[in-house]
Design a protein around this ligand. Structure first.
Ligand SMILES: Nc1nc2c(c(=O)[nH]1)N[C@H]1C(S)=C(S)[C@@H](COP(=O)(O)OP(=O)(O)OC[C@H]3O[C@@H](n4cnc5c(=O)[nH]c(N)nc54)[C@H](O)[C@@H]3O)O[C@H]1N2
Ligand SMILES: Nc1nc2c(c(=O)[nH]1)N[C@H]1C(S)=C(S)[C@@H](COP(=O)(O)OP(=O)(O)OC[C@H]3O[C@@H](n4cnc5c(=O)[nH]c(N)nc54)[C@H](O)[C@@H]3O)O[C@H]1N2
Ligand code: SF4
Ligand SMILES: [Mo]
Length: 857
């Protein structure tokens, strides 16, 4: 079955071959134009995530299982009653870029056209709302003006606030291939030295949130050196009065905290290579100046004529598999539907198309405002679909207060226990990847099918059908969709309805697609490879706009919080881990949430590499494992976003950022929060290896990941650790407990198989984890060896896993590189296979080589 990857906005084509009830072989689709057969580590290991572990299989009302009919009746009547009593603005939907376009369309139609409020927003507000706002300001419509092919044609690629090698790995592989083939130059703008930055020709480790100064300064430089495109400016671009005066004249290097030499190296590279793609993601969007950053980039491309030509353009790449589809249907509270706004004419047009009894009067509440309204009691019923806001919202503690305060919370999810589901009065089981059927749009506007190749588990249903059922029960006509294809046809028709060429988004030639043709539909790109070639911009006068943007220093420095906290992603985990956390392979790359900190800063704060640290902001605190690394700028911290209450009692990044947001887009500034950190020196540390998932431990710090044969739980705390033995399953126990010295070693072996082992120590001296984890799968576990924590005949420690496809550790790699004098990623692959399957670890392998090559694809 041909389908599309469940994860990122690259939108790779996948061929899934069902191998059993809940198993499938996964391969890249060689015919898909987004990836031509390649997959990254996450896509490659999709097969490990389609089991039924943890699934929500039946509707639940409170803690009781309910029939769909009853659950839908409850949702419909509670929403109807709330609206009757408090008006339409008292209810809300909070949706997600992981819904299919069909799900999104039906939810948007119900809320804006029939309930009559625009209180539907989505996690895309946290993701690329700033890019949307910038596109609308510059182009008059939310259009990504580039395609992946442009990456092959560019001479210079600038990555801004994007850890492409980890977050869009197949795009990254394409960039590396272009560099190898034609020497494309690569500049990375990121405060951190990521694996992406490591590979660049030039890395500018700019101060956080100094991007506006950098790009406005570059535009000033291009103007001063007579390198603007006069013709483009005269014919295609409107320049507001005073625009040129808004550009900075000096002090850019100081604001960005880079050397003037590096700054000019970048400016020179830009000047010399007209075919430039500037690709950006969360380092731009997730900022209190996110929209201005994006417009600073777009201004530069417009004024230098670097847009609408092969290999040139400002390229916002999307995070989620269907972030773009959500933008198309109008799933954001700030757009109406099908790229329309809220003017009287547009509202009237949408209402006539939907034949709806009412229509929303204007924009609705954006995500953070929506949760604020819940906390204040103004939103009294909310339906959350395909997102986990109790973890992912800024100031997640406040988001939980809001959920707890909302009288009626409905959660649609595939997973039974999530941090958000705990607040639900009604839980609805959704089809997940491999079961659901519909379309997604990737970063280059390419619409692809996600297809079902597994049976629906339990009573799970498609999200669109649950929403349509509720709409019918609320008495609304227009929701009798027979299948996903009929929803798609209606959406396609809406994009063309009275469009008359005013909006680029028009896929109405698919409005009459048959069910059979929809089943077979090949990927297609709307707007063409380069939407603004030979076409006016979507503004009243057809010209694009330069938008004056000025660097505004942040004045939120606070006493007691001298550091800046940045948050982001790991290579092999996806968001709150509900899917990737099921994969043993993907869980090996980073087993614990780290706080990365420069060694000098660590020393000043008294943080020990490998120890624990309590990170604090004005909004919350959480504990992380310390990784001292010169890849961080001094005085700055980085933590990952993936751990939740289901997987840890520390590493909770969501508790740390505040609600400050961009004034234009409403997107939170997740990447720059005043913070501090201090060492947490626990009374004892330990870990548990177990075949089964255990109850959450009671201690100050724990984190849990999947491994090949069970689970690894890291532990730390104070007081008496003896209570931890309650985590061990019943069975024959061998133990060595020295309560005075606080040492515990205990193992449960049944039928020669290790069930669990617990190690606790008040000092150092915990055994390495890997051999013990392997014993969970071994047939002849010997209790004495397990208590010793090592085999009678020790094998070499392979070290932290780098290549997850072939289970190759750091020590194995280093040994091979030195012993066999390997000098290239290819040679490493030929010698020990590492990096030869999905390729996601190739940047990490390159980092280990004695001398770096230029490119390695
Ligand atoms: N492995 C993996 N891949 C994913 C995801 C995942 O969870 N895991 N999620 C997907 C989703 S939804 C998204 S949105 C994308 C996100 O993809 P990315 O945007 O690439 O990911 P992030 O790690 O959030 O942030 C990118 C970089 O922005 C940098 N940054 C922080 N502040 C600034 C700044 O002020 N200026 C600049 N120039 N840079 C800054 C950070 O240091 C970080 O390295 O990834 C998608 N792909
Ligand atoms: N501090 C900080 N916070 C951030 C970010 C950051 O960089 N820093 N990044 C932000 C960004 S860019 C994003 S995109 C968000 C992501 O944050 P979330 O959207 O909250 O994270 P996910 O874990 O992807 O949640 C998706 C949920 O939907 C469920 N699900 C999957 N498929 C389906 C389906 O088809 N139907 C239904 N009903 N449910 C489904 C999954 O089981 C899971 O529980 O986090 C944001 N939060
Ligand atoms: S790059 Fe990886 S995660 Fe993204 S769509 Fe492709 S295979 Fe999936
Ligand atoms: Mo995202």
């Amino acid at each position: 079955m041909r389908t599309t990857c469940a994860y990122c906005g690259v939108g790779c084509g996948v061929v899934a071959t069902r191998a059993g009830e809940r198993t499938a072989m996964i391969a890249g689709d060689p015919g898909h134009p987004a990836n031509f057969g390649k997959l990254c580590s996450k896509g490659t290991h999709l097969g490990e995530t389609i089991g039924l572990e943890g699934r929500l299989l039946h509707p639940m009302i409170g803690s009781r299982r309910a029939a769909w009919d009853e659950a839908l009746d409850v949702v419909a009547s509670r929403f109807a009653a709330t609206i009757a009593e408090h008006g339409p603005d008292s209810v809300a939907f909070y949706a997600s870029g992981q819904m299919l376009t069909e799900d999104y369309y039906v939810a948007n139609k119900l809320m804006k056209g029939f309930i009559g409020t625009a209180n539907i927003d989505t996690n895309s507000r946290l993701c690329m709302a700033s890019a949307v706002a910038a596109h609308v300001r510059a182009f008059g419509e939310d259009i990504v003006p580039c395609s992946y092919d442009d990456l092959d044609a560019a001479d210079l690629i600038v990555l801004v606030g994007s850890n492409t090698a980890w977050c869009h790995p197949v795009i990254w592989q394409r960039i590396e291939a272009a560099r190898a083939a034609r020497g494309t130059k690569l500049v990375v703008i990121d405060p951190r030295r990521t694996e992406t930055a490591e590979r660049a020709d030039l890395h500018l480790a700019i101060a956080p949130d100094s991007d506006v100064a950098l790009f406005a300064g570059l535009l000033a430089h291009m103007r001063a050196t007579w390198r603007l495109d006069g013709r483009a400016l005269a014919e295609r671009v409107a320049v507001p009065d005073g625009f040129w005066k808004s550009l900075p004249t000096d002090s850019v290097a100081r604001i960005c905290d880079v050397t003037p030499a590096d700054l000019h190296a970048f400016y020179d590279l830009f000047a010399e290579h007209p075919r430039t793609i500037t690709l950006f993601s969360q380092g731009v969007n997730q900022s209190t100046s996110g929209t201005d950053k994006a417009n600073a980039i777009i201004n530069l491309h417009l004024a230098t004529g670097r847009i609408g030509k092969p290999g040139a353009g400002p390229f916002s790449i999307t995070g989620q598999p269907n972030a773009m589809g959500g933008r198309e249907v109008g799933g954001l509270a700030s757009t109406l539907a099908a790229h329309m706004g809220f003017s009287d004419a547009e509202r009237d047009r949408a209402q006539r198309f939907w034949r709806s009894p009412t229509i929303c009067s204007g924009p609705g509440l954006k995500a953070v405002d929506m949760f604020d309204a819940m906390a204040k009691g103004k939103i009294k019923a909310v339906w959350i679909m395909a997102t986990n806001p109790a973890v992912s919202m800024p100031d997640a503690r406040m988001a939980r207060v809001a959920l707890a305060n909302c009288p009626f919370v409905v959660v649609s999810d595939c997973i039974a226990e999530t941090d958000t589901a705990r607040y639900a009065q009604v839980k609805l089981p959704a089809l997940g990847w491999g079961e659901k059927d519909g379309t997604v749009t990737n970063s280059e506007r390419r619409v692809s099918r996600q297809r079902a190749f597994l049976d629906a588990p339990g009573e799970a249903r498609a999200d669109w059908s649950a929403v349509a059922e509720v709409a019918r029960r609320m008495g609304f006509a227009g929701f009798d969709f027979a299948n996903a294809a009929s929803v798609f046809r209606e959406f396609a028709a809406q994009t063309g309805f009275e469009n008359h060429g005013t909006r680029v988004l028009d896929i109405s030639d698919h409005a009459t697609i048959t069910d059979a043709a929809y089943a077979e539909m090949a990927p297609f790109q709307w707007g063409g490879a380069s939407p603004f070639v030979g076409r006016a911009f979507s503004t009243p006068d057809g010209k694009a706009r330069l938008v004056p943007v000025v660097h505004v220093p942040r004045d939120d420095a606070m006493r007691g919080y001298p550091l800046r906290l940045n948050t982001g992603r790991y290579r092999d985990q996806w968001h709150t881990m509900t899917r990737t956390g099921l994969s043993p392979k993907l869980s090996q790359h980073r087993r614990e949430p780290l706080v990365e900190v420069h060694p000098d800063t660590a020393r000043r704060l008294g943080l020990a590499d490998g120890g624990l640290a309590r990170v604090e902001t004005p909004h919350g605190a959480s504990t992380f494992r310390v990784a001292a690394t010169a890849d961080q700028r001094r005085q700055e911290l980085f933590v990952p976003i993936h751990w939740s209450d289901q997987t840890s009692a520390g590493g909770r990044a969501g508790l740390l950022p505040g609600q400050d947001r961009d004034p234009h887009s409403g997107q939170p500034g997740f990447k720059n929060t005043p913070a501090t950190a201090r060492a947490y020196k626990p009374g004892w540390t330990g870990f548990l290896v177990s075949a089964e998932r255990t109850a959450p431990p009671e201690c100050a710090y724990w984190t849990r990941v999947r491994t090949a044969h069970g689970w690894l739980t890291e532990l730390a705390g104070d007081g008496d650790p003896a209570a931890l033995t309650a985590l061990l399953p019943p069975g024959e126990r061998a133990e060595m407990i020295d309560t005075r010295r606080g040492v515990i070693r205990a193992a449960v072996v049944a039928d020669g198989r290790l069930q669990a082992a617990l190690f606790v120590s008040r000092g150092t001296g915990l055994p390495p984890r890997d051999w013990l984890l392997a014993q969970l799968g071994a047939a002849d576990a010997a209790a004495f060896e397990i208590l010793a924590g090592r085999p009678a005949m020790p094998a070499p420690d392979r070290g932290a896993i780098v290549c997850v496809c072939f289970d190759i550790g750091l020590n194995t790699l280093l040994a091979a590189i030195t012993d066999r004098r390997l000098v290239s990623v290819e040679a490493v692959g030929a010698a020990i296979n590492a990096g030869t399957n999905c390729g996601s670890c190739r940047p990490a392998i390159a980092k280990l080589l004695p001398k770096q090559e230029v490119a390695y694809v």
